[in-house]
Design a protein around this ligand. Structure first.
Ligand SMILES: [Zn+2]
Length: 265
């Protein structure tokens, strides 16, 4: 339970500080997807992940899964530069990622994932660079599955679409980040166990541009933006399974991505 409250507190804090676009999945979402990915790593990839994360206070994929959000507010140059790496708003362009139309001069989640994956896979890079790249990859491969992170520019991925969900005034981005999952009333560990036990589905393309298109298609599907701004159990019943499925896919794809990038021990 404490995880849910912590997530809620962080979401509130971000709202109050007026961050331009809130972090994607809350802590729980990142924990769950990373926990699932951890169990799918090949021995070769796991060995290299363990080596790259050896100096971390929590040297696991889950343990580093929210680092990329934490640095956004730490005042660092990297935190500022990487702020736009967490999303790309493509809904106004028929859910197509087009660098010339919605690519934000290369500063977006598709290019960031491509670039950081390349650094992770490149053994001529320093361990420090590859440690950082791994932390970005873990986080962004999860963020990209949050439908509002491939959504509309006009409401900043749902951040300025206000709703009242289960009696709380919030916005649609926050509902998809953490509030749907919290309404599921399961611990992160239970979610990891359940999603890990499900068979691995067909994972489709390895291209992040295809993943964000899928997220966008969810964001624009009828009903995700509710006709009435007061929503509750009926919204949970319809969309919690969608959010869970997105977490499942992101964890599985993250594992595939890391296993491929670190295949050559
Ligand atoms: Zn994020």
């Amino acid at each position: 339970m404490s995880g849910i409250f912590v997530t809620g507190f962080i979401a509130t804090a971000i709202t109050l500080t007026g961050a331009p676009q809130a972090n994607a999945w809350g802590t729980s979402g990142h924990n769950i997807a990373a926990g699932l990915a951890e169990s799918r790593l090949t021995p070769t990839a796991k060995q290299e992940v363990d080596r790259l994360l050896a100096g971390e206070s929590k040297p696991t994929l889950s343990g580093v899964s929210t680092w990329a959000d934490q640095i956004r507010s730490d005042g660092s140059a990297l935190g500022k530069e990487s702020g736009a790496w967490h999303y790309v708003n493509i809904a106004e362009n028929n859910c197509s990622y087009d660098p010339a139309v919605n690519g934000n001069n290369g500063s977006n989640i598709v290019e960031a994932l491509r670039n950081q994956t390349a650094i992770l896979a490149d053994r001529t890079q320093s361990d420090a660079s590859r440690n950082q790249a791994l932390k970005f990859v873990v986080h962004l491969a999860e963020d990209i599955a949050q439908p509002m992170h491939g959504g509309y520019a006009r409401d900043r991925g749902g951040n300025s679409t206000n709703v009242t969900y289960l009696g709380s005034k919030t916005n649609l981005h926050s509902v998809w980040d953490s509030r749907l999952l919290a309404a599921g009333k399961k611990s992160d560990a239970t979610y990891v166990k359940e999603l890990t036990a499900q068979p691995t589905p067909a994972l489709g393309s390895t291209d992040p541009a295809a993943w964000v298109k899928e997220s966008c298609n969810i964001a624009v599907s009828p009903g995700v933006y509710p006709a009435n701004s007061t929503i509750g159990n009926e919204y949970t019943a319809k969309y919690l399974p969608v959010a869970e499925n997105q977490l499942k896919m992101s964890g599985e794809r993250l594992a595939r991505l890391i296993n491929t990038a670190l295949a050559n021990g």
